[in-house]
Design a protein. Structure first.
Lengths: 269, 289
């Protein structure tokens, strides 16, 4: 059934990583990405691995979940790996057969890129696993709010994201129901050519849109009835507060970045 | 053997996940053709899950379902055929309307059955009359109708397929008392006119009591009992323990009987109660004279 699709990959928990201020988590994630891109050699990347491992071990997220997050990107990793392996021809030749030439440089770049992509995915997954979507949009709004000066609608965008996230499961459930109902009236969704299948979707899409619009109208009305009128002057139920641990985490990140810069300089393998 | 029969029917949602839930648990029932049956149970007792097995929308986790003597899912190619024998009206069916006109929407089911245009037209006219939709409403957009009219149009869409079994899931949910009586009335009329099997799912004992002859009580995914009205209501204490109430009139008249007033009838509806009271008063006056 459609319902089995999991949307939003939040994995609730009480770890330190979960309790970090979401704005700080967002900032650290950005710094972590910077860290991975300035690392020039395996030693720098190694520092990135250690940084990621610290976060992962503290978060208590099962290793299975982390591996699952890489799965969709696997084809990309393999594809770039093959490209690097066969098209980098500088360095010492390790293996040669007809026009295929594999060099130690190619091998090294392949490993380097693969590790970097995996680290990127692990790091960003760690952010979404430990931060609920709602908290995350809240943090995005805060981070973007200085842009309000140039009329950037930070609050509106965050509100739209929040509402969209909230209604994804509802719409999936509704699609499921409508599909069952039309199937009970003999609708055939599985057979026929492309055009017939596209046509068969009409009895599902129309009721779905109608109800989505009805829901949107109801929600807008309900929000207005509670005097919602945009972000101006709004206070919050959940105030974001930074704690000492947030600054500690930030300091740790900065130390790692410094370490990588030093490693680049003195041990650029 | 009845028209609907199940053997140890069990259905589990989310098998192998933390959200595992047994929604139907070892159900054995046998419903005879031509019966009008109420299915009742507290919320989450598995009523909707159970009825979705009767036309193959859900595949049993274990156990079997037989419709008209034929096992569902024994032969996948027969599934569509069997689906036309069992018409299922979902809860809030008005949300599945989609066509430009009411006429076309009612035609959706019969057309999928591959009937001729004349036959489709005949069925639409007939069911529209049955559910009390005036002919001029047929050319309107279904989205312009009132809530109650929409509901009746959606029910007509399934009735027009002339299934051997008609199943309605909470057809009166969210309607006012007048709209409720109207829907229940038309279900009764449909049953009387067509003589086909009807299953009516409901929360409300009052609704069920006035409409059906036999009642299937579901409790925590299991069948608690399947019997005629009076034997079900006789176990009113067990029913209220599972959050179901016997109709209030029935309770009142049970009390009256306990207080020593003599009458034979089982009372399920206000109208019937009124007649009974008047008759008893009449008898009493005659005795006094
Ligand atoms: N799609 C689903 N996925 C997971 N669990 C479900 C699903 N549908 C129903 N359930 C669960 O199965 C159980 C039975 O649900 P069902 O809808 O059959 O109850 P019901 O008797 O029809 O209730 P109601 O009177 O509220 O309509 C409930 O506990 C419900 O939470
Ligand atoms: Mg239900």
């Amino acid at each position: 059934m459609i319902k089995d699709i999991t949307i939003g990959q939040f994995f609730p928990g009480q770890s330190v990583i979960h309790r970090l201020d979401p704005r700080m988590k967002l900032l650290i994630t950005v710094l972590y990405i910077v860290m991975l891109f300035i690392a020039k050699g395996f030693s720098g990347l190694g520092a990135g691995v250690i940084f990621m491992l610290i976060g992962f071990l503290l978060s208590g997220i099962p290793i299975k979940m982390m591996l699952k997050s890489v799965k969709p990107i696997l084809p990309i990793i393999i594809f770039t790996g093959i490209l690097n392996l066969f098209f980098i021809t500088s360095g010492n030749i390790i293996f040669e057969w007809k026009f295929i030439k594999i060099t130690d440089n190619g091998l090294r770049t392949m490993a380097f890129m693969a590790i970097r992509i995996i680290l990127l995915i692990f790091g960003t997954s760690l952010l979404t696993y430990t931060t609920s979507p709602i908290t995350l949009t809240d943090a995005i709004e805060r981070v973007l709010s200085p842009l309000k000066i140039i009329k950037f609608p930070a609050h509106e965008i965050a509100m739209m994201m929040t509402i969209a996230l909230r209604f994804i499961p509802t719409l999936i459930e509704e699609t499921d129901k409508i599909m069952s109902a039309q199937k009970a009236r003999g609708a055939d969704l599985e057979s026929g050519n492309l055009i017939r299948r596209a046509k068969a979707l009409i009895p599902i899409l129309i009721p779905l849109f109608v109800s989505a619009f009805r829901r949107a109208e109801d929600l807008a009305l309900a929000m207005e009835c509670r005097c919602y009128r945009g972000g101006e002057g709004r206070t919050r139920l959940k105030q974001l507060k930074t704690a000492p641990r947030d600054y500690f985490a930030l300091a740790l990140t900065v130390i790692f970045i410094a370490a990588i810069i030093l490693l680049n300089r003195y041990s650029p393998i | 053997m009845g028209i609907i029969r199940t053997e140890d029917l069990t259905y589990v949602y989310g098998e192998g996940t933390p959200f595992r839930k047994v929604a139907v648990d070892g159900v054995n029932i046998d419903i005879d053709e031509g019966e009008i049956v109420g299915i009742i149970g507290h919320t989450g007792s598995g009523k909707s899950t159970l009825i979705q097995h009767f036309n193959g929308l859900l595949k049993p986790t274990s156990g079997k379902v037989f419709i008209d003597g034929e096992e569902l899912f024994a032969d996948k190619s027969r599934l569509k055929e069997i689906r036309f024998k069992v018409g299922l009206v979902f809860q809030y069916p008005e949300y599945q309307l989609f066509e430009e006109t009411v006429y076309k929407d009612i035609a959706f089911g019969p057309k999928n059955m591959g009937l001729s245009d004349d036959e489709v037209d005949r069925r639409i006219k007939e069911t529209a009359r049955l559910v009390g939709l005036k002919p001029e409403l047929l050319d309107k957009s279904p989205f312009e109708l009132s809530g109650g009219q929409k509901r009746r149009a959606a029910i007509a869409g399934v009735m027009a397929m002339e299934p051997k079994v008609l199943i309605l899931d909470e057809p009166t949910a969210g309607l006012d008392p007048h709209g409720r009586d109207r829907i229940l009335g038309l279900i009764k009329e449909y049953h009387a006119e067509k003589g086909t099997t009807v299953l009516l799912v409901s929360h409300s004992m009052e609704d069920v009591a006035k409409t059906v002859s036999k009642i299937l009580v579901m409790n925590d995914a299991k069948v608690f009992m399947y019997s005629d009205r009076s034997s079900v209501f006789a176990r009113s204490e067990e029913l209220s323990a599972m959050g179901l109430t016997v109709p209030q009139v029935t309770k009142v008249f049970d009390r009256l009987r306990a207080m020593g007033i003599e009458f034979q009838d089982e009372v399920f509806s206000i109208d019937y109660a009124k007649g009974l009271v008047l008759r008893l008063l009449e008898e009493k006056r005659k005795n006094l004279d």
